[in-house]
Ligand binder design. Structure first.
Ligand code: C5P
Length: 230
């Protein structure tokens, strides 16, 4: 069984997906981190993103590792823990351009589908319900007011990257979010879209627990409806 969670930046996707998965005993995958790892790997290899052939050659043998440490998922490139580095500004600035490249998406989508084989999982990202798992059991699409999302992301930067936060203002974070969302929505390959059959939740005025409970209730209702049909 696959549950997908998609939506723009700072709608609570990651925390909601993680908490939901924990509560229902599913495995949880954050695909944004996978695009961030690929971006860091390409930056480190000094690959010119505009050279499609070079990116394609690199991606054909690209791989990364995920390991669970103290109940948290950590990401590794060539045995080095990059979990913090992939959240920093250089990767965040470049990731949407890299994620728009078809050769990058093909490789990561193949990895994601392999990961999903034979398990119960929550997959969180931008194109999970539309492109990667169009037949998912339940699709969730999270939205939120721009101001609320920008505030959340700014507070996250202050908490996780206090040094970066000194160089950046709330207004700047808001602008960068809008730019990255526009890029993700406007790209040709698997753009960020609300799946037609999604449960849509505006998380602006809700707590994480409330959203998670709403999804669980919806899933339980689906199960009851299905059982009564059988
Ligand atoms: O979720 P997060 O903000 O970490 O994702 C980083 C970027 O990766 C997004 O802005 C988007 O460009 C890309 N992404 C994507 N498809 C996904 C997940 C993330 O294109 N399924």
């Amino acid at each position: 069984v696959i549950i997908t969670i998609d939506g723009p930046i700072a709608t609570g996707k990651t925390t909601i997906a993680k908490n939901l998965a924990g509560k229902i005993g599913f495995i949880y995958f954050e695909t944004g981190a996978m695009y961030r790892c690929a971006t860091l790997a390409l930056i480190r290899a000094g690959i010119d993103f505009r050279d499609e052939q070079m990116v394609a050659d690199f991606m054909s043998h690209y791989d990364f590792d995920m390991r669970i440490h103290r109940r948290e998922c950590r990401y590794y490139l060539e045995n080095q823990d990059v979990t913090e580095e992939i959240r920093g500004h250089p990767v965040t600035n470049a990731v949407s351009a890299i994620a728009a490249l078809p050769v990058v998406r093909q490789r990561l989508v193949a990895i994601q589908r392999t990961m999903a084989e034979g398990i119960n999982a929550v997959f969180e990202g931008r194109d999970m319900g539309t492109a990667v798992f169009p037949n998912a059991y339940l699709k969730v699409f999270l939205t939120g007011k721009e101001e609320v999302r920008a505030r959340r992301r700014y507070e996250e930067v202050c908490r996780r990257f206090p040094l970066e936060a000194e160089q950046i203002t709330y207004e700047q974070v808001k602008r960068e979010i809008a730019e990255r969302d526009a890029y993700d929505t406007g790209r040709l390959t698997s753009p960020l879209r609300q799946p037609e059959d999604a449960l849509v939740i505006d998380t602006s005025d809700m707590t994480i627990d409330e959203v998670v409970q709403l999804v669980i209730d919806y899933k339980d209702d689906m199960k009851v409806a299905q059982e009564s049909k059988e």
